[in-house]
Write a protein that binds this ligand. Structure first.
Ligand code: M6R
Length: 607
């Protein structure tokens, strides 16, 4: 977690550029923030607790003529969110400045050692040891900052992406990484270095991905050294994110914008992968033989995990391959029995989730073939996979994942059909593919009900306990819907298999408990009706998601949201949009900012 961004170059507004970058990285953390820049030749550090936007006002009292600045958004791991724990950290002399994304595992022993040598620490963070270590090796006029950084990081264990400069040489920015992502943006009038490419949008046309162990010197040019100290060249790539995708486009929050992006997101994920005759083609999988695959493992965290749960049954039903979805955070610590003919499918929007990354290492160590569904290009996970299917949904900035989920589900479905067809089931998913092409339009119809979902949220926002229940294709959606509500609204929301209610959870039902029942007209509709009746018999309140034209369900529900008719497997695309809207408006009714839920960050790069 944590977002870092720095700028050095001809522009005199470095502080504003660095700040703008961390505002675009708010999805990586927002419990505190800080910046350092030069003011009249002297360094100025500003720190705030809470939203980094609070730095804007603090900056307004300076003349902002600096050509270098580094800034940081924090998601606390060591030490509470406070100004003293916010980055940048500086050395004892107040001339070396550092921001960090990652964790220094051996910070306790280093801290004790440095304190014994006379260093004075001002924070409780793991990061601060790094800047004091640099200080140990840096002697103005005698050793270079680059030399000091190299020696300092040789003492560290853990993960880091550091941006470092000294006020003795405010024309040089050092960027170095190990285990945490770090990219360089190449602008017309200077260089950027950041945790992701988001800050480069509209500022730098090309970017370079630093590899583990790389150290870059940015001082009018880019010089990169690898872990062995050899000067190397890393290929610059064109940034293909459009400015528009990083902006809210008139919506009050990114979450709402991204919910409304879904018809396009799904279309983009399908584009070129279904041809006019209904054939499915993944260029990314050219040459892969699925004939021998004996088992499919789908691995991810949070929403990405639920996307896997949503589609795993289809792999069994259509491709007739045993399939199981695993939580990466559990899988990585188990001793799984893996076979050479397993296929592991990793799902990660950010491509940076530590648990998913580590689970991928476990799978690779067993020599199992890996395919991934990833949104962020060239991310750490994407680079480790055998094959990557990119989601192509543009930046997802809201912490609550919305459009990435729908896209993951659609890609997984196409993959299930593709694998089934490549194993001789020529027409697998034919009807579903036809219907999938109509889904963006049907999602548009659900989006047009947003006012109804807003009213529903406003009716129920004072309730504190919610069940989301569903069966079969509605099971994973129930869990994902509950995750959305709890993460943005901080109310107790539990996703449950509707058939499981009577095995325990139904004991909780009383008139204050609200149940969202996912009950489209599908093969388990009758069972869902029984489950709804069971909740009603205990005086629980029920909001049903049902198929348009269902004349009965209203009689046993307090409220009903009607969804356009589709085939059984595809109702989830419509249901999730309704549940996302409900969660969004619920948070807004409670006056929370759904884009920045408390205690969360978009990319979970810690254990
Ligand atoms: O970037 P990833 O898909 O790997 O992220 C996994 C989860 O951290 C993520 O889906 C999280 O659960 C979302 N905030 C949920 O909305």
């Amino acid at each position: 977690m944590c977002g870092i961004n720095g700028y050095v170059g001809k522009g005199r507004d470095a502080a504003l550029r660095a700040l703008d970058g961390i505002l675009k990285l708010k999805y990586r953390g927002y419990d505190s923030a800080g910046i350092v820049f030069q003011n009249g030749g002297e360094p100025v550090i500003l720190k705030v607790v809470g939203d980094p936007v609070n730095l804007e006002q603090r900056l307004s009292s300076f003349n902002l003529e600096s050509s270098i600045a580094i800034a940081h958004n924090r998601w606390a791991t060591h030490g509470v969110p406070s100004e003293e724990n916010a980055h940048p950290h500086s050395d004892c002399t107040g001339t070396i400045f550092l921001v960090h994304n990652g964790i220094i595992e051996n910070y306790r022993e280093l801290r004790d050692e440095l304190i014994a040598k006379g260093h004075v620490f001002r924070s409780q963070t793991d990061t601060e040891v790094a800047v004091h270590l640099v200080e140990e090796w840096y002697v103005k006029g005698k050793t270079s900052l680059e030399f000091a950084v190299k020696n300092a990081i040789a003492r560290l264990r853990g993960k880091w992406a550091f941006l470092i400069y000294t006020s003795d040489d405010p024309e040089t920015l050092i960027a170095t990484r190990f285990g945490s992502p770090l990219l360089l943006g190449i602008g017309e009038d200077g260089y950027y270095a950041a945790s992701s490419a988001a800050p480069f949008v509209g500022r730098a046309e090309n970017f370079i991905l630093l590899e583990d162990g790389d150290t870059a010197l940015l001082n009018g040019q880019v010089t990169i050294f690898d872990q062995e100290g050899r000067q190397i060249t890393r290929e610059a790539k064109k940034l293909d994110w459009e400015l528009e995708t990083a902006q809210r486009g008139g919506f009050p929050h990114f979450m709402l914008k991204e919910i409304f992006d879904q018809p396009d997101a799904i279309s983009n994920s399908m584009a070129g992968r279904i041809n006019p005759s209904g054939e499915i083609k993944f260029e990314e999988l050219d040459g892969v033989d699925f004939g021998e695959v004996g088992r499919i493992l789908i691995i991810g965290c949070g929403t990405s995990y639920f996307a896997g749960r949503q589609v795993e049954n289809l792999f069994e039903e259509i491709a007739e391959i045993p399939a199981k979805t695993e939580l990466a955070s559990e899988f990585r610590y188990r001793s799984p029995v893996l076979c050479k003919n397993d296929l592991a499918i990793f799902i990660s929007q950010s491509g940076e989730t530590t648990d998913t990354y580590e689970a991928l290492q476990v799978v690779k160590n067993h020599g199992v073939a890996t395919v991934g569904i990833v949104n962020v290009m060239n991310s750490s996970i994407a680079r480790e996979l055998d094959r990557v299917i990119y989601q192509r949904v543009g930046l997802e900035i809201g912490v609550a994942s919305t459009k990435a989920f729908s896209s993951q589900v659609v890609i997984l479905m196409l993959l299930a059909f593709h694998i089934a067809r490549s194993r001789g089931k020529k027409n697998a998913g034919e009807k579903a593919v036809d219907e999938l092409l109509k889904i963006p339009v049907k999602i548009g119809e659900v989006l047009r009900c947003s006012e109804q979902l807003q009213k529903l949220a406003e009716k129920y926002y004072k309730h504190k306990n919610f069940f989301f229940i569903g069966r079969k294709n509605g099971f994973a959606i129930a869990n994902e819907g509950a995750l959305k509500l709890k993460e943005v609204s901080y109310v107790h929301a539990e996703g449950y298999g509707a058939g499981e209610m009577k095995h325990g959870p139904i004991a909780l039902i009383d008139p204050s408990f609200v149940t969202l029942a996912i009950a489209p007209e599908d093969s388990v509709y009758r069972n869902m009706i029984s489950n709804i009746n069971e909740v009603r018999a205990r005086k629980g309140r029920v909001i049903s998601l049902a198929t348009e034209g269902d004349g009965d369900i209203g009689k046993i529900s307090d409220d009903v949201v009607y969804l356009p008719e589709t085939i059984e497997e595809l109702y989830p695309f419509l249901e999730i949009v309704a549940l996302q809207l409900f969660a969004y408006y619920f948070a807004v009714a409670l006056q929370y900012n759904p884009d920045q839920p408390r205690n969360l960050a978009k990319s979970v790069t810690v254990e």
